[in-house]
Write a protein that binds this ligand. Sequence first.
Ligand SMILES: Nc1ncnc2c1ncn2[C@@H]1O[C@H](COP(=O)(O)OP(=O)(O)OP(=O)(O)O)[C@@H](O)[C@H]1O
Ligand SMILES: [Mg+2]
Length: 570
Amino acid sequence: MLKYRKQIFLGQFFKLIEAILELMMPVAMASVIDKGIALGDKSHIFRNVGIMFLLAFVGVCCAMVCQVVATKTSVGMSGEMRREAFEKINSLSAQDLDSIGTNSLVTRMTIDINNLQDAMAMLIRLVIRSPFIMIGSIIMAIILDVKLSLVLLITTPLVSIIMFIILRAVAPKFSALQKSLDLLSRKVNETISGIRVIRAFSREESLVDSFDESSKFYADFALNTGKITSLLSPIVSLCLNMAIIAVLMLGAKRVQLGKIELGIVIAFIEYLIQIFLQTAVVANLVLIYTRAYASAKRVEELMDTKPSVSDKFGIKKGDFIPKGNTSLISFKNVCITYPDGKPALQDISFSLNKGESLGIIGGTGSGKSTLVSLILRFYDTTKGVVKFCGEDIKNIPIEELRKRISFVPQRVSLFKGSVEQNLKLGNNNASKKDMEDALNIAQADFVYELPGGLKYNIEESGRNLSGGQRQRLTIARAILKPFEVIILDDSFSALDLSTESRLRRALKKSLGDRSCIVVSQRISTIMHADNIIVLDNGVCVGMGKHDYLLKHCEIYKELYITQTAGAEYA
Ligand SMILES: Nc1ncnc2c1ncn2[C@@H]1O[C@H](COP(=O)(O)OP(=O)(O)OP(=O)(O)O)[C@@H](O)[C@H]1O
Ligand SMILES: [Mg+2]
């Protein structure tokens, strides 16, 4: 805010000049009536009308300068805030993002920052101007005629009380209103992304019910505000008309007595209207700032969130020198408990050497994805140490660590854009040949059959591709990235067995002395790995090669029997 003080001052300065000119207008008009029209002095009329035109012209110019300053400053400020908020979100760990919630992040980035943008524009345009005109009108009215000003003694407090009632009824609800918007946007998001499931289960009606419930608060708020304002606006209008009648009656008497002239009465009425008008503007400003305050708190909360996973203090980008003669990745007595208190992994120890492959198998929810997410430091361990090239990963700059690891997450994510753009997310410098090689390894040659090939346009989340096609593209993207180890989290689940087998063979060939971690629920996917970890409920219940596990790990053996129905795999 302090950063924009120059612009705020400049905008307010011009708006103030415009306000002063506006306050002068009724005086010029009174002079036209009393000295020009009443006395038949044409030159006085022309001179004063000319002055009025000049006042209006300079006023419009000042208002335009102020408008430009206000728009530029408020839009510039919100753009900068959005960029900072976006950088902040990027720095937060998966855990931090889980706890704030994706939809709340979206509403903070959009609606809340928009509210602040409005508040900034209003600060420049109206915060000084409206009270100034209001007080200026009262002073001018008193200067014009003290006796007539007695009308203000009754009307001004009355209007203020009415505005106070509106504010008291509406303002305290803004904080809750923003929260209800989070909920509403979550429902919209879930409904749109899950529309197929909802239709397949014919749950549209129940969804509409739940949607209605979430939007009820928002609707009630709008209804209440509408009711209050619609009730009060005729009252305010009635007050104004009564005040005008009072001024006319009192004014007529004073004109008859020759105390004042007609023009003064008309100018007085103009000031009276301004007082009413500006009181309403000030009340509106209070509402805008109450809303902006609630929004500012939410944005501030986001900006103040300290990333739970971050680089160790003082660590610099190039600080990591991998040690030789150590395993590439090692876990020592690793445990992790998610914030809900349930341990997801307990006492996991293993090591993976350069050039070796590791298979991780286990039932749903056994902790496979959690294990691999620890290697990338999406989460930090609760106990135990994860090492990369012999160094505790907490001592390695996160960027350096992730640079060396390629990852295919379990939930496939593709972005709107061409196949090529999506592939280049893995490696921006990849040549056409690199991309073709990666597509070949990932068995993604279907790309060449798509209209435009590499230029084919992928829709949001890759919805115009099949599940298996999406998986293969994300694998190709990961292969393109230069890496020391590649992690594939359940990345073959949508592929048929023969495609999977071809993919595994091609991948193995391309790996050379690089390592590979494959997570799967299918024995066939991991059985050829140099080492296999069997997870059950977050506990490692077996480790070794396929043949060893068949003999010594009951759970592995059971999986094998159920998946092969007794038949041997080729
Ligand atoms: N972000 C999270 N917050 C809280 N709990 C989580 C989170 N992610 C996973 N869990 C819990 O941790 C446990 C292990 O989950 P994980 O995703 O690692 O399982 P998984 O073996 O990969 O399962 P699947 O084969 O279904 O992918 C589960 O009980 C899950 O509910
Ligand atoms: Mg998983």
